[in-house]
Design a protein. Structure first.
Length: 69
């Protein structure tokens, strides 16, 4: 007969602590970069949206005709 043993996977407590500390530092660095450059990120997103909007308006000029009334 073949007996199948149930394998139990676990993270060693010391490795778990090291992993959590590394993830906390990475999260802190990423959030700090986002906060420091938030104005530039917002400007870049606004430029991209403006460029996409202008591109779509250029495709259909009949939609943006001004009313003369």
């Amino acid at each position: 007969m073949i007996y199948l043993e149930e394998k139990v996977m676990y993270i060693d407590p010391q490795f778990g602590g090291l992993l959590s500390q590394a993830l906390i530092v990475i999260f802190g660095v990423v959030s700090g970069v986002v906060l420091l450059f938030s104005s530039r990120i917002k400007m870049g997103i606004a430029k991209l949206r403006r460029r996409l909007r202008n591109k779509s308006e250029g495709d259909s000029p009949s939609d943006s005709s001004p009313d003369s009334g």
